[in-house]
Each structure stands twice: as C-alpha cells, then as structure tokens.
Ligand binder design. Structure first.
Ligand code: ADP
Ligand code: ZN
Ligand code: ZN
Length: 730
C-alpha cells in the first residue's frame, strides 16, 4: 500500500483550450520539468507536459487524481524552451496547453517516444559514379548524396523526386538502406565553400562586419532592395557562428522555402542543413526536431512554426522577408513568429537579423528609434540596374482584358526583343463575379457575404472565402435568362485574352489553381527560367523571391482596390507587394520597367511609391499613423467572436464592452462591438471588439480584466471567441 507521503505534486499543461494549468499526484521520484506524462482528464487520458513541482495545490487533496504514467526519462524541452513558452503564454494570454504543445511535433503530442527511428536512406554506391550530362536532376542527386546519405523526403525538399531516385537505383548507382539518422558531430568537418563566395560589395561588407562584431542580443534590420544580395549577407553572417559550433535558425515565408533556397545554404557550408515545412511526414518532422534539439543539425530553414523548435546551442536567428504576413498565425495560438523570435534572441542573448526589401512599418519604426541597428543595401551587385517606374492612366481608354493600348505596345516591344513580360493580378479565376445580363442577378455564396468567383475552365463557381463550390448554373435562377456573364477580371481571363492578342508567344499562368499538384509550381518556375514562356501571368505567388533574369517588363493590372481599403494596414501591404512585384523586373544585366495601371494615377500613394520609393513612402505613412495613434504608436488587442446568429455575437460583446469600459484605465480605448469586414463567412456571423492603448502593460491589464469578465458571462456560451494580441488583420 502506498501512502500519500510517497506522492508529490505535479503541475502540468494539457492540450485543451482552457486558460489554466492542472495539478496531479505522482509517485516519487517526480519527473523533471519538461517531461511528458499521461494523465486522466474527464473520461479520457491526455498527454501532459510537466511545468512545475508545487508544494501545495488549490485543489482539495481528496479531489487530486494520480497520473497514469510517466512518458519521458529526460525532459523533451529544456529550461530555456520552457521560459520562452511561459513568456509567450503570458504575452498572448492564450491557453498555456495550446502554447506549449505548439512547440512539440505531432508524434510527441500523441505520446510517441522522443527518439530516432531507423529509416530508409539513399546511399551512393560508388563515390565517383557518373551519369550522362543531360540527366541534370540525376547529376544533382549524386552531388547531394556525395555529402552523405539522405531520405527520400530530404531529397524531395531539394527538388529531387522519387522517379529520379528510382532511375538511379535501376542503374545500380544508388541504393536504399535502413538505418538510424547519422549522428556524427558536424563541427569538426565544417567547411565553407570558397568558390561559391562572391566578393562583397561595399554595403554588403559593412553589414557583414557589423554582424560579425555583434555580441549578445543585438537586433539588426537589413533593408536591401530586391536582388541586392541580402542572402549573401545571411550566409556570411552565419560563418563565425557555425565555426564556433553554434546553430543557426533561418525563418522564411511559407512561399519562400524552395529547393533553390535550401540548395544555396547547402552549397555554401559542409554542415547538415535541415528543413521544416508543411509537406513533411510526422516522422520526418520529429527527426528534424530531435536533430535540432540534440545539436545534430547546423542550420534549420523553416516556416513560421520552426521558430519554436528547441536547439542545443542556437547562435543566430535570421528572418527573411520579415514583413511577410505568413509569420503571423491566424488561428488557435495567434503568435507572430518574428516577435517571438526577437524575444527568443533576447532570452538566449544572441543576435537576430531581420531582412526585407520592404520592412514592416513596425520594424522601420524600431530602426528609427534605435531599437534595431539599421543595415542598408541600396544597390544591386554587378551591372544590374534598378527598374524605372511608369504610371499608366486607364481612364477613358479601351481596355482589352484589362490591358491598356499603351501597355500592349510596351509588351510588344519587349517580346519582340526576346525578353519576358510579367503581368500581375492578385485575383485568380476567370471573373470575380457572375452576373445575369437581363435582370442583374449576382451569384452569391449562400454562406458568406461574398460573390462566387467564376472558374470558366472548370465551369464552376467557387467561393474563395469558404471554399464552397458548385457547378455553373445553365441559366439565371431569377429570370431564366441564359445571358450570364462575368464581371471583373481574373488571371484565367487575362491568360485567355493573351492567347488571342499574342498568339506567337507562349504564356503561363501561375496561381493557386494551376499549382495544386505537388511539384507543379516548381516545374512552372523551371519552365520560365528555361525560357519556355514569354508571357507570365500570376497572382502574388509569382511576385515573391524568384529570379527571372529575362523579365524586363512587369505590370500590375489592377491596383485601385488597395487604394481605398478600410484596414489601415492595406496601404502598407500594397506598397510591399508593389515593390516585390517591381523587384521582378531587370534583375540581371537587362534594365527593367515597372508599369502600374490605375484609374487614379494621380493618387498620392502611387505617386509617392513610384517616384520616391518605399522608405519615403513608409516614413510618410508612419507620420500619419502617429497622428492617428495607430500601431506602432499604440498597441492593439482584438476580441473576435463568431456564432450562427448575429444577435449572439452582439449580445455577448455588448455585455462585455458595457461591463469592461467603466473599469478600464483612462489610457485604454475600447472600440466596438462592430462587425468584421465580412460579417458572414462560412455560415458564421463575425463580430469584434478592439482594445487599444499607448502602453503594452495597460493593454495587457485590460485584456486580463476582459478575460475574467468573460468567465462570468452566460452569453459567452453561445459564441466562439478568441483573443488576438497585435492583430495584423482587422
Ligand atoms: P536578395 O536576397 O537581396 O534578393 P541575393 O542574395 O539573392 O539577393 O542576390 C541576388 C543575386 O546577386 C544572386 O544571384 C547572388 O548570387 C548575387 N550576388 C549577391 N552578392 C553578390 C556579390 N557581392 N557579387 C556578385 N554577385 C552577388
Ligand atoms: Zn436574370
Ligand atoms: Zn462562401
């Protein structure tokens, strides 16, 4: 028989959406902080993470339950990781379990052993095996495998698909063997490929030398125009860090994690480079996670969620395209990976480098106030020049599929000289709405306040907000007419029109509709680079981070929507997109031109961007935000609510606001309740309440007051609500 004296207390977090921790009884000796245990919860058992060994519990002793089992002998998370997560829980005021479990790979959340398992690795059978020079991909595979065995998944991330591996295996050049991941220490063998290293330009050299001098926590903002060599600065900044045996974390936007990016890091350093992204299997993710934690990996390149990966000895964090909105998680635990990365760097006392051609206004403000050190790359290496900007007035001219005669003429000129032309339109599908010509009926989604987009090739209507799809109606449901027509312009329509306007040139469309198949995006990009297409049409997928040396003309077809949007961040995002798009023109030795088509070419925002550039524009916009006390000159938190009836949302938020407002300190503004920009989405009504304050402390205090109030409100049970700290979309 065991007595209570042989038991101790464990304080754990559970993967449940409750803002609290839980206590359990546990036989001695107690598992350490950061170990996983299995505990009873309601009528289930859950995996839990040990946070603490309290001496007393608020739960009466006869109500305390013993745990089921201990899962780990060694902690899965170290103290430094737990500190970061504790801070994140307090800052985002989110359910602690959901925060902590975000840092664990799915298999560990399910209770899997935190150890490596043997997997199939591709091995090179003869070190100097050769294949025909035409088989480019096979050659690449051999080059990679000469550095050591890799799994199919790792090879896939580097652009080598399974058919290539099968072909090599049939030739008897490579072979699959089951083994544990190699755990050799990479440090003694670390080498830098000097042949790969260009001579730095003056600004690059200055940036690199300042980065090399950084000791402890120093945040840097590297603002460099597209193609100015930011990645080269990242690579050289990493050198002394790796040489000291420390690891580097590189965060990239969702769309930026291409085989080329990975290959570039891999080519430079003889050291293990790992990746974390959504396309990996759960097992691969766990192995990568372990390799980072145990120090087996030197460089981790990953998207947002990679930020929470534990490292044995992290020495530098790099965030590429730091302004990208994909760094903000938009559901569940709504953290911003850039902001948390800054905190992580501060806690670990290491430098952090934020890079962008179009830094977020927040970061520019931090650089201006001296919180960040500002590094600037204003030139492109070699002979590459910066593009010229041109504003075309689309008023009173005859547009063909959205293209003005002037633009068509410019395209003609460039194409005739053998150059590529890129047209940019951030709307996929054939037309953003379907209209009855006879009675004016519009095809609206039943579940959203939105029109269906007409996808003509598939003969379907598709709601881009809730993903609902239906076949194209043969006639108008209101008047029976067959005169249904699209209104507005989508990429599919532009593509079709171009086939008629420029039949002699091949075009390719790049948007989410025709890149769904795995690897097809990459194939299209390869095709563009190989010169198979002269006209490129795409959404922002096409805008980000790709080198197309033969593109000399870039046009944005429809920019008017962004000029009059209601969200105060809309102009910032438009400016970033515009500069990104413009950066596609004239990257190599050919000069480029950027064309903006607008019905409002005189608009101050367009003029400023086109004539003065991004930084000038940002400075002006920051002054406006300051005058209006908007972020970054104030801080915001948003309570988001949704329910099947608008009334439930309104009642809940009115009660919350009514009871909260009298107790708020005078520095806190409570705005709303108001409906979300799209009031109804996927059958749910959406409302919100905005809190704003000049200090973070006051804002957090107000949020805590609100959270306590919500516990007491019966109307809270009829809605789903969440709290978004530092929202980036209102
Ligand atoms: P960014 O990341 O700023 O868009 P990259 O680092 O990708 O720019 O550099 C753009 C191109 O210029 C790449 O092809 C890169 O290899 C090349 N490059 C970068 N730095 C130099 C340099 N100092 N000398 C010559 N070429 C360079
Ligand atoms: Zn009709
Ligand atoms: Zn819908």
């Amino acid at each position: 028989m065991t007595t209570l004296a042989q038991y101790g207390l464990l304080r754990v977090v559970l993967p449940v959406p409750l803002r609290r921790e839980f206590d359990y009884l546990c036989p001695l000796p107690l598992p350490a902080r950061g170990c996983r245990v299995r505990v009873p919860f309601g009528n289930r058992t859950l995996v839990a993470l040990v946070l603490d060994h309290p001496t007393a519990s608020e739960v009466p002793p006869d109500k305390l339950k013993p745990l089921d089992s201990v899962l780990d002998e060694e902690p899965v998370l170290a103290d430094a990781d737990l500190r970061l997560l504790a801070w994140a829980t307090g800052y985002y005021l989110h359910a602690p379990g959901e925060v902590y479990f975000q840092a664990l790979p799915t298999l560990l959340r399910k209770g899997e052993t935190a150890g490596y398992r043997s997997m199939d690795y591709w091995h090179l059978l003869e070190p100097d095996a050769r294949v025909s020079a035409q088989a480019v991909k096979q050659q690449q595979a051999l080059t990679l495998l000469r550095q050591g065995p890799l799994t199919s998944g790792e090879l896939d991330a580097r652009g080598i698909g399974s058919p290539i591996l099968q072909a090599l295996a049939r030739k008897g050049v490579i072979e699959k063997r089951e083994q544990l991941p190699a755990r050799d220490d990479w440090r003694p063998a670390l080498a830098i490929n000097q042949d790969d290293k260009p001579r730095l330009g003056r600004e690059q050299a200055l940036a690199v030398s300042l980065l090399h001098q950084a000791e402890g926590f120093v945040p840097f903002l590297l603002e460099g125009i597209t193609g100015s060599g930011k990645t080269e600065v990242y690579l050289q900044a990493m050198e002394p860090v790796l040489a000291a045996g420390r690891q580097v974390l590189v965060l990239v936007p969702e769309i930026g994690l291409t085989p080329q990016t990975i290959a570039r890091f891999q080519r430079r350093f003889r050291a293990p480079v790992s990746t974390l992204h959504s396309g990996m299997s759960e097992r691969e993710r766990l192995d990568t996670w372990l390799a980072c934690r145990d120090g087996g990996t030197a460089i981790l390149i990953g998207t947002r969620s990679a930020l929470l990966t534990p490292f044995r000895q992290l020495g530098l964090i790099i965030i590429d395209e730091e302004h990208d909105t994909s760094f903000k998680q938009q559901d569940g635990f709504r953290y911003h990976a850039r902001d948390l990365a800054l905190l992580r760097a501060r806690q670990l006392d290491i430098p952090i480098l934020l890079g962008s051609a179009t830094p977020s206004f927040e970061s520019l403000h931090n650089a201006a106030t001296g919180k960040y050190r500002h590094l600037i790359l204003s030139q492109r290496p070699g002979t590459a020049t910066v593009a010229r900007h041109l504003l075309l007035d689309s008023k009173h001219v005859q547009l063909q599929a959205g293209l003005s005669p002037q633009l068509l003429q410019l395209m003609e000129q460039e194409l005739a000289q053998g150059n590529q032309v890129m047209l940019f339109l951030n709307r996929r599908g054939y037309a953003p709405a379907l209209l009855c010509h006879d009675c004016g009926w519009l095809a609206d989604c039943e579940r959203c306040d939105a029109h269906y987009t007409w996808h003509r090739q598939q003969s379907r209507l598709h709601c881009h907000h809730c993903d609902h799809q239906r076949p194209l109606p043969p006639r108008c449901p209101q008047c029976g007419s067959q005169q249904l027509m699209g209104t507005g312009l989508g990429t599919e329509q532009v593509e079709q029109a171009l086939a008629g306007l420029f039949p002699q040139y091949a075009s390719i469309r790049i948007d989410r509709d025709n890149t769904r198949r795995k690897g097809s995006f990459q194939q299209h990009l390869d095709g563009i680079r190989a010169g198979r297409y002269q006209i490129l049409i795409g959404t922002q997928m096409l805008a980000k981070g790709h080198h197309f040396p033969d593109v000399t003309l870039v046009a944005m077809l429809d920019v008017d929507g962004a000029l009059f949007a209601s969200d105060f961040r809309a102009t910032e995002r438009f400016a970033q997109l515009y500069i990104q798009v413009a950066g596609r023109a004239g990257r190599a030795s050919k000069p480029g031109r950027v064309v903006l088509q607008s019905h409002h070419p005189e608009h101050a925002l367009l003029q400023d961007l086109a004539n003065q550039g991004y930084r000038h524009f940002a400075q002006g916009a920051l002054r406006e935000r300051q005058a209006a006390a908007l972020p970054p000159f104030s801080f915001q938190a948003l309570f988001r609510v949704q329910a099947t009836r608008a009334q439930y949302c309104q009642e809940f938020l009115q009660q919350l606001a009514g009871q909260l407002a009298p107790g708020l300190s005078p520095g806190v503004l409570c705005l709303g309740p108001m409906s979300a920009q799209m009031e109804r989405k996927a059958g749910q009504y959406r409302y919100q309440l905005l809190l704003q304050a000049a200090s973070r402390r006051e804002l957090a205090g107000a949020c805590r007051q609100a959270l306590a109030l919500i516990e007491t409100l019966a109307s809270a049970r009829k809605v789903r609500w969440s709290l978004d700290i530092d929202p980036v979309e209102l």
